[in-house]
Ligand binder design. Structure first.
Ligand code: ZN
Length: 228
């Protein structure tokens, strides 16, 4: 795969996630908060706190989790004891857990179409993401079969995140707006700190941007077509 194609695909994933954060998490979160709490001041406090805590938690985990990105290189705390492949797995898990969380929380809202759109969008951007993981591992010298297994393993983290998100929202419906904003904050951190920098790293900023815009547009199309 060419650098150009990888950059476009990474950007595409970032664009989908960015639009999903705004349209499938934040806007439904604000609407749900309005219905549940009524008072605008309370809506403002809950949504702001959720966004801030979600991004803060992810930034703390990101800082202390030793991991390595295929393009950005070594990140987080240094680790000499972990095998390199685990550093890659942790890096991808950092993306996939908030994505899964977003899908699960999204399904917790009354409106099932919100959940379906989030799942569709995230699923769509996982295809190029998974492909990049496998191709990058092979480029790092790992065997094809092994690369496939590792890609599969990192994908498993996503449904785990979904069950956590859905479980939390089912337990306390009044916490739904907070959970939606929290997931949005977590996604925002991953998009800004990992995905956009990775898609713009190779001096292919233009392709990265085209990918982001294309991903954003596709997600908006899904939202218009299937949103209720
Ligand atoms: Zn990182």
């Amino acid at each position: 795969m060419s650098d150009r194609l990888i950059t476009i695909m990474l950007g595409f994933g970032g664009g989908v996630m960015l639009a999903a954060t705004a349209f499938s998490l934040l806007i439904p979160g604000i609407e749900a908060a309005g219905e549940l709490y009524g008072a605008k001041s309370l809506v403002l406090v809950v949504i702001t706190l959720g966004l801030a805590f979600g991004s803060l938690l992810l930034s703390v985990i990101h800082r202390f989790a030793p991991h390595e990105h295929f393009i950005k290189g070594v990140d987080g705390t240094k680790s000499s004891s972990l095998a390199r492949v685990w550093l890659f797995i942790i890096a991808i898990a950092l993306h996939n857990f908030p994505e899964g969380l977003a899908v699960g929380v999204s399904f917790g809202s009354e409106n099932t179409s919100d959940g379906i759109i989030t799942a569709l969008g995230i699923g769509l951007q996982n295809m190029p993401e998974g492909l990049i993981v496998a191709v990058s591992l092979i480029a790092e010298g790992y065997r094809t079969r092994y690369a496939l297994w590792v890609s599969f393993l990192t994908a498993i983290i996503e449904p785990v995140g979904s069950f956590v998100g859905f479980g939390l929202v089912s337990l306390a419906r009044s916490a739904l707006p907070l959970a939606l904003a929290f997931a949005a904050g977590a996604m925002l951190f991953v998009i800004c700190d990992e995905i956009i920098p990775e898609s713009h790293k190779r001096g292919k900023e233009n392709e990265g941007t085209i990918g982001i815009i294309a991903g954003f547009i596709v997600m908006v199309m899904l939202d218009i077509a299937f949103g209720g």
